[in-house]
Design a protein around this ligand. Sequence first.
Ligand code: G1P
Length: 311
Amino acid sequence: MPTAHPVLKAVIPAAGLGTRFLPATKAMPKEMLPVVDKPAIQYVVEEAVSAGLGDVLMITGRNKRPLEDHFDRNYELEDVLTAKGDTGKLADVNHSSDLGTIHYVRQGDPKGLGHAVLCAANHVGDNSFAVLLGDDLIDERDQLLQRMVEVHRATGQSVIALIEVPQDQISLYGCAAVSDLPPGLDLGEGSEPTATEVRQVTGLVEKPAVEDAPSNLAVIGRYVLNPAVFEVLRHTPPGRGGEIQLTDALATLMDTDVADGGGVLGVIFRGRRYDTGDRLDYLKTVVTLASERHDLGGPLVDWLKEFVADK
Ligand code: G1P
């Protein structure tokens, strides 16, 4: 039986330049783009914290100071809101600085996602950890990360999140080939299939051409990783786009003995995922989440119906 490491820390790569949102991201990190009234990155930190990962390391770069400011206290603002007696807004302002313990390390050279994750090695040490990519928001009601942590604890294997996508979109993602689980693999307590299913990952390729893709299962931005991945990353050569790819390191880990920290499982996610990675998906995310808000949803949906009827 492999020894499963406890998962206590979350790593959030946030060093990207956000070129798809220029000029909005010329002087502001893309992670700070508002999704309704919170920056996108706050949803991701909240997700980590609610999965029990209160120690968060952000991998940042130049121009990312607003991230640190957002998760820090803002005494001037607090004083003004206190003087006004605006306790609601004060609670909102304090919430982001009370979320968890947030640490920062700079990536320096933008050498890819695998390199960004490797920048977390010192902070994470010999512990399993989660990686959350900020472009994917997972609905808090769907508890994907909790399930992945549970599967990792029970098996010791690294766990990735997969969604089924139309075949012609697979080139936008890492792609996984999977097989049924080996008989007798214990996935932990309360593991009846709800919104998720678990598979053994047998192949991984970063952004394949449609005709080369081994499946229509796309890797999305949630990973729970065995610390053995760091040693693999140190030896992973640049891959697609000349970058050190996390997908390539996981392909090596997949073929490594479980006793040596290897093995990769995939949780197939069928819940609600919102993409903030490109402009159209970002707009859809904002409208979807705003339409579900009790303070905005009713009037927004009424207006949308009239707006669409007039188009
Ligand atoms: C990264 C990963 C890719 C994954 C995607 C999910 O790509 O390299 O395997 O499918 O995140 O969002 P990126 O979108 O950063 O290019």
